[in-house]
Design a protein around this ligand. Structure first.
Ligand SMILES: [Ca+2]
Ligand SMILES: [Ca+2]
Length: 211
């Protein structure tokens, strides 16, 4: 019995040794190198963008670019919505702004049916709600802006739906509200639209497809 126990002990030491120096550890090293190597991510490309009938397209005025302001429009025409406003861009960006003190929320649903919003502000693949304005409900910078950005992994190919929800009036400074929504895909403006929103309404303003 004692000899058998020793044999098992030796075997387990040998196995452990092979685990450290053998092919197993090589695989681990290769994996680590793959992770450390700089990755080149092909930016996504817009296939189509379709607003609902009530959404008005905002024409781009890029023959005379102006200084960027924090309004959900790419005023300086560099493909980044509201650069310098404290929220970011990435491989993809969806931004909303509005013109009353109401609290408006932005929702973006991806190809797998997963929805990003203030309620679920990030995904493991790198999408982030990095600004969620509360209108006159909260004293904060850029209270009339919501911004969602995709950084890190390339956003999945497929259909994305953009909705806005009139969450609340705050201190009575709401009422019918005009919401501006811009979408940037691969550092290019895919579209910019304006939609009116009544208290309590939640409207899917547009769909877009990337690949
Ligand atoms: Ca810009
Ligand atoms: Ca702007």
């Amino acid at each position: 019995m004692k000899r058998v126990a020793t044999a098992i002990l030796l075997c387990s030491s040998a196995c452990a040794g092979r685990g450290i120096d053998g092919p197993g550890s090589e695989t681990v090293r290769e994996t680590a190198e793959t992770i450390d190597a700089p990755r080149v991510i092909e930016p996504p490309v817009l296939v189509s963008i379709v607003p609902i009938a009530t959404a008005q397209e905002i024409p781009r005025a890029c023959s005379t670019p102006v200084e960027e302001s924090c309004n959900a429009l790419d005023d300086d025409c560099d493909g980044v919505i509201d650069d310098g406003c404290g929220y970011g861009t990435g491989l993809m960006q969806v931004t909303a702004s509005w013109n009353t003190g109401a609290d408006i929320d932005l929702y973006v649903t991806g190809p797998l049916g997963d929805t990003l919003s203030f309620q679920r502000p990030s995904t493991p693949s790198g999408a982030r709600v990095d600004h969620s304005g509360r209108g006159d409900c909260v004293d904060m910078p850029n209270p009339q802006i919501e911004n969602i950005r995709w950084v890190g992994a390339r956003p999945m190919d497929g259909i994305y739906e953009v909705e806005v929800h009139y969450w609340g009036e705050c201190i009575g400074s709401g009422g019918p509200t005009l919401v501006t929504i811009s979408v940037a895909v691969g550092r290019r403006i895919a579209g910019q639209f304006r939609q009116s929103l009544l208290p309590g309404e939640r409207i899917r303003v547009l769909r877009f497809v990337i690949q």
